[in-house]
Design a protein around this ligand. Structure first.
Ligand code: NAP
Length: 295
C-alpha cells in the first residue's frame, strides 16, 4: 500500500478561501476588520520566519496586522506592559506572543496576562479549561488544524485507536483532549506516549491513527506501525542546510518508508505547518466576531 498524501497546503488553501470570503463580508456588512498583533522578543531565526509567515497570511486574507519586534533584553515588566496595551487596543482582536521567550521572562506569566478573549493561540488557562469541558473557546492552533485535516479528509476518528507521541502543552495534551471530545474529529480512544512510556512500540503498532509530536527526526519507522495506519507528522526538525543556506526539514516520521505501509500520511513540510497558521487566522476572525457581538 502506498499512502494517500494529506496535503496541509491544499486543506489550508480551502479554509483560507472560506476565511477570505468571511472577512470581506464582515467588513461589508458590519464594518468589522479583524486585527492581529504578533509580538516577537529577540531575533531567533525560526521564530522570525514563523512571525513573517503569520503576518503575510494575515495581509493576504484582509486581516489588519501589527508586528512588534522588540529586543531580547526586554524585561518581563516591559513585555507585560506591552501585552496590557494590546489588551486595551480595540483594533486588536488577537494577540500572539511568539514562543519561546528569552529565559529571563516567565512564559506562563506573559501568556496568562493576555485577555482570554484575545488569546487566539488558545494557551490561556481559561481557554484550556473550556476546551477540556467541550465549551466554545479558542482551540490551540496545531491540534485544531490536525482535527480539521482529519475531518476534511473524511478520516474516521470515532472509535479509532489514536496514539499520540509527545505530551507538550501546545500539541500532545490538547490533541489528546480534542480527540476525546464528543464532536466531529473526536470520539476516539486515545493513548498518549512520552519519554517515560514503557513500551512505545507496543502502542504505535496498534494505532489506527498515529500523531507524532516529539521533535526527534524520523523517529517513527515502518516497523513501528501497522498496515493502513493514518500518520500525522507534526515534527519540524532542522537536519541541515542546502548549499544556498536554506534549512533542510524532516518530520518525526521516516516518511519514505512509512508511506509504503500507511493509508494516509502528512508530509513535512507541507503538512501540519500550513494548517497551524490557518487556524490562527480562523481564531482571529472568531475573536473579531465575538468582540462585535456577531457570534
Ligand atoms: P516538546 O515540547 O519538546 O515536547 C516533546 C514531547 O515529546 C515531550 O512530551 C517528550 O516527552 C516527548 N518525547 C521526546 N522524545 C520521545 C521519545 N523518544 N519517545 C516518546 N516521547 C518522546 O515539543 P512540541 O512543542 O510538542 O513539538 C514537537 C515537534 O512538533 C517539534 O518538532 C516541533 O517543532 C513541532 N511542532 C510543529 C508545529 C507545526 O505547526 N507544524 C507546531 C508545534 C510544534 P517528555 O514529556 O517525557 O519529555
Amino acid at each position: 500500500m502506498t499512502a494517500k498524501i494529506i496535503s496541509g497546503v491544499d486543506t489550508a488553501k480551502a479554509i483560507r478561501a472560506e476565511l477570505k470570503q468571511e472577512i470581506a463580508e464582515l467588513k461589508e456588512k458590519h464594518n468589522v476588520v479583524p486585527g492581529l498583533v504578533t509580538i516577537l522578543v529577540g531575533a531567533d531565526p525560526a521564530s522570525q520566519s514563523y512571525v513573517t509567515a503569520k503576518e503575510k497570511t494575515s495581509k493576504e486574507l484582509g486581516i489588519y496586522s501589527e508586528r512588534l519586534d522588540i529586543p531580547a533584553e526586554t524585561t518581563e515588566a516591559e513585555l507585560l506592559a506591552l501585552v496590557d496595551k494590546c489588551n486595551k487596543n480595540d483594533k486588536i482582536n488577537g494577540i500572539l506572543v511568539q514562543l519561546p521567550l528569552p529565559k529571563h521572562i516567565n512564559e506562563a506569566k506573559i501568556l496568562y496576562a493576555i485577555d482570554p478573549t484575545k488569546d487566539v493561540d488558545g494557551f490561556h488557562p481559561v481557554n484550556v479549561g473550556k476546551m477540556i469541558l467541550g465549551e466554545q473557546c479558542f482551540l490551540p492552533c496545531t491540534p485544531h488544524g490536525i482535527l480539521e485535516m482529519l475531518v476534511r479528509n473524511d478520516i474516521k476518528t470515532s472509535g479509532a485507536e489514536v496514539v499520540i507521541l509527545g505530551r507538550s502543552n501546545i500539541v500532545g495534551k490538547p490533541m489528546a483532549n480534542l480527540m476525546l471530545q464528543k464532536r466531529p474529529g473526536g470520539n476516539a480512544t486515545v493513548t498518549l506516549c512520552h519519554t517515560r512510556t514503557k513500551d512505545t512500540v507496543f502502542h504505535t503498532k496498534r494505532a489506527d491513527i498515529l500523531i507524532a509530536a516529539v521533535g526527534v527526526p524520523k523517529m517513527v519507522t515502518a516497523d513501528m506501525v501497522k498496515d493502513g495506519v493514518v500518520i500525522i507528522d507534526v515534527g519540524v526538525n532542522r537536519i541541515g542546510k542546502t548549499a544556498d543556506g536554506k534549512a533542510i526539514l524532516a518530520g518525526d516520521v521516516d516518511f519514505d518508508a512509512v508511506k509504503e505501509k500507511a493509508s494516509y500520511i502528512t508530509p513535512v513540510p507541507g503538512g501540519v505547518g500550513p494548517m497551524t497558521i490557518t487556524m490562527l487566522m480562523k481564531n482571529t476572525v472568531q475573536a473579531a466576531k465575538q468582540a462585535a457581538g456577531i457570534l
